[in-house]
Design a protein around this ligand. Structure first.
Ligand SMILES: [Zn+2]
Length: 344
């Protein structure tokens, strides 16, 4: 006989008791992207490149175009007026359909290293102020965000970007390694110091990226080990868990460092296998080794065609209900100190 009544209960319950939710759980999407909305898209650097031209990223957006009513989603589009009619309201509609209370949006500030014969750079810019006004303030209780940071213009500018995110009320910053370079670049260290001072966390892209001018070498999760070693009190969220680059190292980072967390977002859903959402062994590994340190996110609107189905799949897996609730909501709520505006 088990001494602990909770253990005994778990051993005696049947499948229905273990699997069925007594009331619907409000989920949280830890990772979505503002900026691709039609309104003013040509004023935000790089955002049109998600929809326009014949590139890997524009092809992976064809599913979203179909969902948004484009009668010819496989056709190549080139102009802002041809971009699909995505808006902040679309985000809320999809969240409502999937029973998602809130989403953490990524404001982005990225400038690539020079590339190609003419040494051009590619910029991706989704301003903090835009995300705050058009999402967070427009839909109270539904969004939070992290502010874009890089050190291409020096350490002082990077610190200013942290301060800007703080002034917008964001709980953290996002360093998009694919454009911005190595996360353990010493030029970024004053920005991390600033985050510690202001009580903010840092999100780092890891894995792979199909955007123009992005280099894979910057995106290895191995570089985050340095940051976690040098800043043991800095809360670090490793985005994408190093998928297609070095996922094993991504998992190890979370097990090694108390201050390291990860999400299970797949960056290019139409082109990649779905290991992080559909592989039972993988999800069991997460449940066993890091049940409190992993977050469910989606890269919306890229995952628009499967937005609810992906979550339904996770909720139907034979893993504990406790872990499902942690993974799809409560871990991230705790991580950012989210206070729900909804009544119980
Ligand atoms: Zn993303």
């Amino acid at each position: 006989m088990a001494e602990n009544p909770a253990i005994e209960k778990e051993n005696t319950e049947g499948t229905i008791e273990k699997m069925m939710q007594m009331k619907p759980f409000r989920h949280f999407d830890s990772h979505g992207h503002a900026g691709l909305e039609k309104k003013g898209i040509d004023e935000r650097d790089g955002c049109m490149d998600f929809w326009c031209g014949n590139s890997v990223v524009s092809r992976s957006m064809m599913g979203a175009r179909a969902m948004l009513g484009d009668p010819n989603p496989f056709g190549v589009i080139t102009k802002p007026e041809e971009c699909p009619n995505l808006s902040a309201e679309t985000f809320v509609q999809y969240m409502d359909q999937a029973n998602i209370e809130g989403m953490c949006l990524q404001a982005i500030n990225g400038v690539t290293a020079p590339y190609g014969p003419d040494k051009k750079v590619w910029k991706w810019y989704v301003p903090n102020e835009y995300v705050k006004s058009d999402f967070i303030d427009a839909f109270p209780g539904r969004f939070t965000a992290v502010g874009g940071v890089h050190a291409r213009y020096g350490s002082d500018e990077a610190v200013n970007m942290v301060i800007s995110a703080h002034e917008c009320g964001f709980p953290g910053i996002k360093f998009h390694t694919a454009t911005a370079g190595y996360p353990n670049d010493k030029e970024m260290y004053p920005a991390y110091e600033k985050c510690l001072e202001l009580g903010m966390h840092v999100q780092f892209h890891t894995g792979c990226e199909e955007l123009p001018g992005t280099r894979t070498k910057y995106q290895s999760p191995e570089h985050l080990d340095d940051v976690a070693m040098d800043f043991p009190d800095l809360k670090i969220l490793q985005l994408h868990c190093g998928i297609f680059n070095n996922m094993e190292m991504g998992l190890w980072n979370v097990m090694k460092h108390d201050n390291m967390y990860t999400d299970i977002v797949i960056p290019v859903p139409l082109l990649m296998h779905f290991r992080q959402y559909f592989d039972m062994e993988h999800i069991r590994f997460l449940e066993f080794f890091m049940p409190d340190k992993v977050f469910y996110g989606t890269d919306f609107p890229m995952t628009m065609p499967f937005y609810k189905a992906m979550l339904d799949n996770v909720m139907n897996m034979p893993i504990s209900m406790e872990f499902k609730h942690k993974l799809t909501g409560n871990n991230f709520r705790k991580f950012v100190g989210w206070e729900s505006k909804e009544k119980e």
